[in-house]
Design a protein around this ligand. Structure first.
Ligand SMILES: CC(=O)SCCNC(=O)CCNC(=O)[C@H](O)C(C)(C)COP(=O)(O)OP(=O)(O)OC[C@H]1O[C@@H](n2cnc3c(N)ncnc32)[C@H](O)[C@@H]1OP(=O)(O)O
Length: 401
């Protein structure tokens, strides 16, 4: 039995949790001035502490993150962050106890999904989180990058200051909508933490204005690859939001017009972003890496499966195993018209973290089966499951936290 207990922290205790979290990632405590900026980003009642007697030894917090776009709809989402266990208390079940309690609190709040970004990919699978979207790093040599002619949008792009950005960007994001599976709402603390940070590091935000008003923006920074300033000047696209594909293209075209830049890069961009198609020579776009983006937990499996749309194929019965939330255990019949619990025997069976990896369409069941990660009880079920769960767009969140 664990010799620690889990409590919800009050506002007098969250600074200690913040310090513990930073320490677990080898970072110094936030100075007073920084803490003043950060403390409001802890949502009341959503920070957990693990205590040994009265000493805080671990923490995990979350935000009510709004909605997660799933194929054909959206579902309530919690976002988990600032997870840490004091170095002298690791591997004694502290995180396991925190996760167990946190998952229960999501159930109570009706948050049928939860998401996080993982510091290490070996931590969260056991708690039922699976990689549900990935992103690619891209690098483009600006001097070789000849953009194909474009009719443009007839709009105009302008740089805005920090205060204007803080007002405009959330509105533009919300108006653009959750345009692909994996996209999420951006909660107030996300904006509070991320946009000022970009400006503090000399980032810029450029807004596109079309005939109907502001309808997209790009956040970018330009840095020299060498401290002397004699290295390559690299423009990094940090965030790009567009209401239409035309605005998307116009914002990318804009960053290629920024002077004194040798290279344009982007991290965790959508796998199917059609960047190559903007250029006369598609090989100017170099893919530098492909990394996991969304770690997704289906907290309420029946509700999550029922909430998404499916492709056209004969039905399949999927068996789900969930060590942390056993009420999700069982078999589910998935058809083009929806999904519900069934007593029929499973065609395919898998753990709940792997179900999350298939849920937004990122990984076909047949890929997991080829790696031996799915129990295949009926081989004819694999193409059916692939067709039911497959999506035309790669899932992608585009919201890092
Ligand atoms: C969303 C975010 O905030 S990501 C940031 C996460 N935080 C960090 O990376 C900070 C540094 N690391 C830590 O603070 C801790 O090591 C944590 C939080 C990752 C793990 O906390 P612990 O209390 O040690 O985890 P706990 O003891 O409950 O481990 C449960 C299981 O996970 C395994 N595990 C835990 N952390 C890791 C890891 N980093 N790598 C591999 N396995 C791990 C344990 O071995 C254990 O396995 P078992 O059940 O087979 O015995």
């Amino acid at each position: 039995m664990a010799d620690h207990d889990i409590r919800v922290l009050d506002e007098t205790q969250v600074r200690a949790a913040h310090t513990l979290f930073r320490g677990s990632l080898h970072t110094a405590p936030a100075p007073d001035e920084k803490w003043e900026q950060v403390k409001g980003t802890y949502e009341p009642g959503r920070t957990l502490g693990a205590f040994q007697d009265d000493e805080l030894v671990g923490t995990a917090q979350s935000w009510a993150a709004g909605r997660l776009a799933v194929p054909g709809g959206d579902v309530p989402l919690a976002a988990v962050s600032r997870v840490g266990v004091r170095t002298d208390w690791t591997r004694r079940g502290v995180l396991s106890a925190l996760m167990r309690r946190q998952l229960r609190s999501f159930q109570e709040a009706g948050e049928i999904t939860a998401t996080l970004r993982a510091s290490e990919s070996t931590i969260y699978g056991r708690f039922g989180y699976g990689v549900a979207s990935r992103g690619r790093g891209v690098k483009i040599d600006r001097y070789r990058a000849a953009l194909l002619p474009s009719p443009g949008t007839g709009g105009r792009i302008r740089l805005v200051d920090k205060d204007t950005a803080l007002t405009l960007a959330p509105r533009i994001y919300e108006a653009a909508g959750l345009t692909r599976p994996g996209a999420t709402s951006r909660w107030p603390a996300w904006w509070q933490l991320n946009l000022p940070r970009a400006f503090d590091e000399n980032g810029k935000l450029a807004v596109h204005r079309g005939p109907d008003g502001d309808d997209g923006f790009v956040v970018y920074e330009v840095k020299s690859s060498s401290p002397s300033g004699h290295g390559n000047w690299v423009l990094t696209v940090l965030d790009l939001v567009a209401a239409t594909p035309q605005v998307w293209a116009e914002l990318w075209r804009f960053v290629f017009r920024v002077d004194v830049v040798d290279e344009v890069v982007g991290d965790l961009r959508p796998l199917d972003e059609p960047l190559e198609w903007l250029f006369a020579d598609r090989r100017v776009v170099k893919v530098t890496e492909v990394e996991d983006e969304t770690w997704l937990r289906l907290v309420d499996v029946p509700a999550a499966l029922a909430a998404r749309a499916y492709g056209r194929a004969e039905p399949v019965v999927i068996g789900v195993r969930d060590r942390y939330l056993p009420e999700n255990d069982g078999t589910y019949r998935v058809t083009p018209d929806g999904a519900e619990r069934t007593d029929r025997p499973a065609d395919l069976a898998l753990d709940v973290d792997l179900l999350a990896s298939t849920y937004l369409g990122d990984v076909p069941f047949s890929t997991l089966a080829a790696a031996g990660r799915v129990d295949v009880l009926d081989h004819t079920a694999l193409p059916r499951a692939d067709a039911l769960f497959g999506t035309s767009q790669s899932p992608w969140a585009g919201t890092f936290f």
